[in-house]
Design a protein around this ligand. Structure first.
Ligand code: ATP
Length: 251
């Protein structure tokens, strides 16, 4: 589904990502881990198109995407949940999800402003789609509540609902567990497991190695911008190079 070949990106002459190659297969959950400054966020942004690569190729579903802007990659089926994403204040949970869906209907501004029948029909469709996404992430009971009152774990689930509405082929999660406490973290893990069971392909970048080990079929470890291990989580976590990279950064 995703093929990254020899991708590099440097800042001020220093490589943040250096000659990275990796693939993500259809239906796979791939975790990217690595110590601080390893290049995880840079790689994530190269995949989504928020940063341009200096060298290398990125293909998604057989299309070369490394020169495409983020919205074109999104249209091909990449959906992102950013770590720092916020909810819209003053809107309900359902409205927060509906905002992301408005761009998809063809009716546009004029029919919305005039409240034409087509607009009303679109609104009903959008509300129904938002409700089904909220159901999928376990937020159905919260749909009519103000979004900014949700606990952080549920706000994360709301971001997921919004991303799912785009019907992604590949879901990209940037540190989804950051800032979550034990129980919230557990709930998020169960949610990601359900999405995986539904066949969604997921790439996640995560600081919390235990969290990602539980969820991923495969782990890719970055250190100083390079891939130092790639394989099943249990194998990767026992790899002496990986242990050395983490210990080196902890000392
Ligand atoms: N916009 C930028 N300008 C200059 N240097 C950058 C920029 N973005 C990243 N870097 C550098 O690139 C390297 C990799 O950073 P990156 O944020 O990708 O790592 P990371 O693995 O996500 O780290 P962390 O886990 O701490 O978020 C670091 O040395 C960082 O200082």
């Amino acid at each position: 589904m995703l093929a990254i070949t020899g991708v590099s990106r440097s800042f001020g002459g220093v490589y943040a990502v250096r000659d990275v190659s990796l693939t993500v297969a259809d239906g796979e959950v791939c975790g990217i881990i690595g110590p601080n400054g390893a290049g995880k966020s840079t790689l994530f942004n190269l995949i989504t198109g928020h940063l341009a690569a200096d060298r290398g190729e990125i293909s998604f579903l057989g299309h070369r995407v490394d020169r495409l802007p983020p919205h074109r990659r999104a249209r091909l089926g990449m959906s992102i949940v950013f770590q720092a994403a916020r909810v819209f204040r003053g809107m309900t949970v359902r409205e927060n999800v509906m905002v992301g869906l408005h761009g998809r209907t063809g009716a546009g501004f004029v029919s919305a402003a005039l409240r034409l029948p087509r607009h009303r029909r679109d609104e009903r469709l959008i509300a129904a789609e938002a409700s089904s996404a909220l159901e999928r992430v376990g937020l159905a009971d919260w749909a009519s509540r103000p979004a900014d009152r949700l606990p952080i774990g549920q706000q994360r689930a709301l971001q997921l609902a919004r991303a799912l509405c785009a019907r992604p082929r590949l879901l990209l999660l940037d540190e989804p567990a950051s800032g979550l406490r034990g129980e919230e973290r557990e709930r998020l893990a169960v949610l990601v497991e359900e999405l995986r069971a539904g066949g969604l392909t997921i790439l996640l970048i995560e600081h919390d190695v235990a969290f990602v080990t539980r969820l991923a079929d495969r782990l890719v470890v970055l250190d100083l911008g390079q891939v130092i291990a790639d394989g099943p989580p249990a194998e990767v976590r026992a790899d002496p190079l990986v242990l050395a990279a983490y210990l080196g950064h902890a000392s």
